[in-house]
Design a protein around this ligand. Structure first.
Ligand code: ASP
Ligand code: MG
Length: 440
């Protein structure tokens, strides 16, 4: 069995849905197709939720109507036969009626999750209606019946596996399954989700749960590139990388893949392929346990980073100091990304500012605290790059004019991370492209 996941832009227009149908029906192996919401829908639903939470029902109603009109015109070009048009109209009617009912009840976080789930429910049902119109046999698998998270919002492949295989076994001989990415049920049995961009995570969890031969992530770019194509003119796709390299890149800013989606595939050793629906024959990027080549593979940038420096002479020759600092971040469930220390100071970075005030207050007794907001982490990733000859010279040689705030080297042999003020991001990515890859 294999998994094919299509992101929002791959299903965002009726002709794109027609196109991916060709891709999924070419398969000879039984396939689970995982879909995102149509491009723009989840953003629209987030907005609707925000408007309702602020009590601005009129504005929320306007957004709901606008979204509904978008779906109406979408199905006009998606399906043609009377029965299919009727069915698609009913689907839209039901989901938008639901949103209109929500408008009338008092807002809660749980209700907001129900709102957010509408996108994937709509995209899969409409896709299924189109497949039916085309006479393509398939089974719609409700993700809410097998994708679950525990009370720490963590999914467990074991329990997903039990439920999913039961569902799949109810359809012996079926070749094509369609299900929703992103949405799940939480420990309280409520509708929940795997956080923004979580469709990739769903795909990887499903691939692990069914022990798939491959987990294909289809987007609109031909794989993971060596640099950010939105910022740097010439970038090239990386053909092969290891799970570790992909995890570093996804975590540190490569937008193509949700960072959490690496571990399930890695744990069950399922190869992941990043492919382009617009160029289905392009090689894309293959991620498995092999690195492919030694040396630098790619750079990525992660924005909105906050650096915190804690300076204290009490740190000198003391032990237990770092533990106490880390405990503060743990208490507020705020992950630390980078860390560097000197004998009298420690600098850490975080990307989640929700509890920044509380954290700073609790850090105060430890020493002098300095905060730099609006920083960017630049990650240089490649198999054993930290050991590659001349790497450091090339790296720093190409960015000599840039004020680097922190350097993290040696934590992983596959990653060197630099922290720079955000205004230098474009410049540093461009200079690294030249200095490390010889691309201009
Ligand atoms: N639809 C969700 C989002 O836009 C999940 C996904 O597409 O991966 O965040
Ligand atoms: Mg995505």
């Amino acid at each position: 069995m294999k998994v094919m996941k299509f992101g929002g832009t791959s299903v965002g227009k009726p002709e794109r849905m027609h196109h991916i149908t060709k891709l999924v029906t070419k398969e000879t192996e039984p396939t689970i197709v995982v879909l995102s919401a149509l491009a723009g829908t989840t953003n629209a639903l987030v907005e609707i939720g925000e408007k309702i939470s602020k009590g601005d029902r009129a504005a929320a109603k306007q957004s709901i109507d606008k979204l509904e009109a978008h779906y109406q015109s979408f199905i006009n070009d998606l399906v043609k036969k009377d029965t299919a048009v009727k069915k698609a109209t009913t689907i839209i009617g039901e989901h938008f009626e639901f949103l209109n009912i929500i408008l009338k009840i008092s807002f809660s976080e749980a209700l907001n999750k129900d709102i957010l789930a509408q996108g994937e429910l709509l995209s899969t049902k409409l896709f299924s209606t189109y497949l039916e119109e085309q006479g393509i046999d398939h089974v719609l698998l409700p993700a809410l019946e097998f994708m679950t998270i525990d009370n720490h919002d963590e999914p467990h492949i074991g329990s997903i596996k039990v439920r999913l295989s039961q569902l799949v076994q109810q359809h012996p001989g079926a070749k094509l399954f369609v299900t929703q990415g992103y949405i799940c049920r939480n420990a309280r049995g409520e509708v929940d989700n795997l956080k923004r961009g979580g469709g990739d995570y769903s795909a990887s969890l499903i691939a692990a749960a069914i022990n798939a031969s491959v987990c294909e992530i289809w987007t609109d770019i031909d794989g993971m590139h060596n640099n950010d194509p939105r910022i740097v003119k010439r970038t090239v796709p990386v053909e092969q990388m290891s799970f570790e390299e992909a995890a570093e890149l996804a975590y540190f800013g490569a937008k193509i893949l949700h960072p959490a989606s690496i571990w399930p595939a890695q744990q069950y050793n399922i190869p992941v392929k990043l492919l382009n629906t617009l160029q289905p024959d392009a090689k894309g990027t293959r991620i498995d346990e092999k690195a492919g080549s030694v040396g630098v593979k790619a750079v990525a940038a992660k924005d909105n980073i906050i650096a915190i420096r804690i300076k204290s002479s009490r740190m000198l020759l003391a032990y237990g100091f770092l533990r106490k600092i880390f405990e503060v971040f743990e208490k507020y469930r705020t992950p630390i990304d980078m860390i560097t220390t000197s004998e009298v100071a420690v600098s850490v970075t975080i990307d989640n500012a929700v509890y920044l005030k509380e954290i700073l207050k609790e850090l105060e007794p430890f020493g002098n605290i300095e905060v730099d907001e609006n920083q960017t982490i630049i990650s240089v990733v490649g198999y054993e790059i930290a050991k590659t000859e001349d790497m450091v010279k090339k790296l720093f040689g190409s960015i000599m004019n840039i004020p680097v705030r922190m350097v993290s080297y040696g934590g992983s042999p596959h990653n060197i991370s630099l922290l720079v003020p955000a205004e230098y991001k474009t410049q540093i990515l461009q200079q690294l492209n030249k200095g490390m890859f010889g691309l201009e």
